[in-house]
Design a protein around this ligand. Structure first.
Ligand code: IMP
Ligand code: MG
Length: 173
């Protein structure tokens, strides 16, 4: 059977929410230089749209993480498969992520980046599935709270497919 894709957040809704997030970030950092850390791969479209609305001096770097073991629970393990290339010690750092589910990935990344002693470290996440959270993670900027189903599109994938969809869709397999 063909998978069913049900749009739950349209491209226009995403763009208008990104304008609000960018306004909040521009206000909160008020012209101070910022290092944006994108979590690959899912974030690449969101990051590209968001940073073009930021007004402070911005540098961009990426990390990539992989979870293995019990990937569905907080007992799963995370490892970094691509680390930062820009030093972040003493800098304002904003992590940009596509989706937060259990919180395992972001919890691990926060601890890892904190070791470099940035001046500040915050998180901006396009979508948040709060029902699925098993580890407490402070999220400073949230685009949308979403239901716990599996989402694809606007960078989000299922087995590397569907990243190019303009809307965020629920995938019914
Ligand atoms: P966490 O570590 O459980 O918070 O999982 C976060 C990561 O799992 C995200 O960065 C995504 O890569 C992936 N993920 C979680 N939920 C979804 C989803 O609904 N669609 C696509 N990827 C997801
Ligand atoms: Mg991700």
């Amino acid at each position: 059977m063909q998978p069913v894709l049900k749009p739950i957040i349209t491209h226009d809704q995403i763009q208008s929410r990104i304008r609000e997030l960018a306004a909040d970030i521009n206000r909160d950092y008020a012209g101070q230089p910022l290092i944006i850390v994108g979590v690959l791969k899912g974030v690449f479209i969101f990051l590209a749209d968001l940073i073009r609305l930021l007004e402070m001096p911005v540098r961009v770097d990426f990390v990539r993480l992989r979870s293995y073991g019990a990937s569905d629970t907080s007992s799963g393990k995370v490892e970094i498969t691509k680390d930062l290339e820009i030093p972040i010690s003493g800098e304002h750092v904003l992590i940009i992520e596509d989706i937060i589910d259990s919180g395992l990935t972001l919890r691990y990344l926060l601890n890892h980046l904190q070791q470099q002693q940035p001046k500040s470290l915050k998180i901006c996440c396009l979508t948040d599935k709060p029902e699925r959270r098993t580890l407490d993670v402070p999220i400073d900027y949230v685009g949308f709270h979403v239901p716990k189903g599996f989402l694809v599109g606007y960078g989000l994938d299922y087995a590397e497919n569907y990243r190019q969809l303009p809307d965020i869709c629920e995938l019914e397999l």
